[in-house]
Design a protein around this ligand. Structure first.
Ligand code: GLP
Length: 256
């Protein structure tokens, strides 16, 4: 596979791939090997521009008959609050258009925090309970924010243990404004799996691409374990796979 490179750093396997296609294929290989092992398990999906290359590859594998997601349960990391499901910026809408409309995950086996729930605190409890009820949370896909957030776990004094209602930081609102008409249209809150929720998955697959992520990828993997960088908690997880493109890997490689 092109100029692929694999590095082992404690519990973390880091793949460095040349180009988005190769990142998508590598991430799909990791996902599919989990799926082969546990075809009826719960899987956690992620939004953002980063996992799109993975989803395109999963769709291609479904179309050529080599992928079957018919028995999995699908959870999602997070959702803006408030937002309606039919808003084209909702993560619910994103997952439908980018993946679920094109593969065979059963609609009744999909769950995502609701941006329409009347009471966000109650919705956090419902969602956390739904995940904890599963004893087979096999794999969670995560991207990473420029400030190191996973899901929407923004820099904080402690790692959030459970699904929580958060106020988005200015930096996240600015980073995500590119998808909206203006920064003023970005919802100010979100419901997100906690870092502890993510850590319950048997395996975590982190994908990062582009030079904007290079520094935070290095800090997350090699820096202190610090709730100011929520991705750094993954250093404590026993089974993490990281897939990077060469741009996102630059600072990490420079420090090895
Ligand atoms: C959002 C999401 C994160 C995502 C991050 C990075 O804030 N809540 O889950 O990882 O954006 O997005 P992108 O992949 O577009 O850089």
């Amino acid at each position: 596979m092109g100029n692929s490179q694999a590095i082992n750093l404690n519990n973390i396997t880091v793949y460095i791939e040349d180009g988005l296609d190769a990142v998508g294929k590598r991430a799909a290989d990791v996902f599919c090997s989990a799926l082969t092992d546990a075809p009826t398990a719960a899987y956690g999906f992620a939004t953002g521009s980063t996992p799109v290359c993975l989803y395109q590859e999963l769709i291609a594998r479904y179309k050529d008959g080599s992928l079957d997601m018919g028995e999995i349960s699908a959870f999602n990391l997070d959702e803006y609050y408030p937002i309606t499901k039919d808003n084209d910026q909702s993560y619910d809408y994103f997952m439908s258009t980018e993946l679920f409309n094109h593969v065979n995950v059963k609609p009744e086996n999909r769950d995502i925090p609701s941006g329409e729930a009347p009471n966000p605190a109650a919705e956090c409890l419902r969602y956390e309970a739904a995940i904890r009820a599963r004893k087979d949370f096999k794999l969670q896909i995560v991207g990473i924010g420029e400030n190191g957030h996973i899901g929407f776990n923004e820099p904080a004094a402690t790692f959030p243990a459970t699904t929580n209602y958060v106020e988005l930081t200015e930096s996240t609102i600015t980073a995500n404004a590119r998808f909206f008409d203006s920064a003023a249209d970005v919802p100010k809150h979100a419901i997100t799996m906690g870092v502890g929720t993510i850590m319950m998955a048997e395996q975590v697959l982190l994908i990062a691409t582009g030079s904007k992520k290079s520094q935070i990828v290095r800090d997350s993997i090699l820096g202190d374990i610090d709730p100011q960088v929520s991705a750094s908690a993954l250093q404590m997880h026993r089974n993490v796979t990281v897939v990077l493109d060469t741009d996102a890997a630059r600072d990490l490689l420079a420090q090895l």
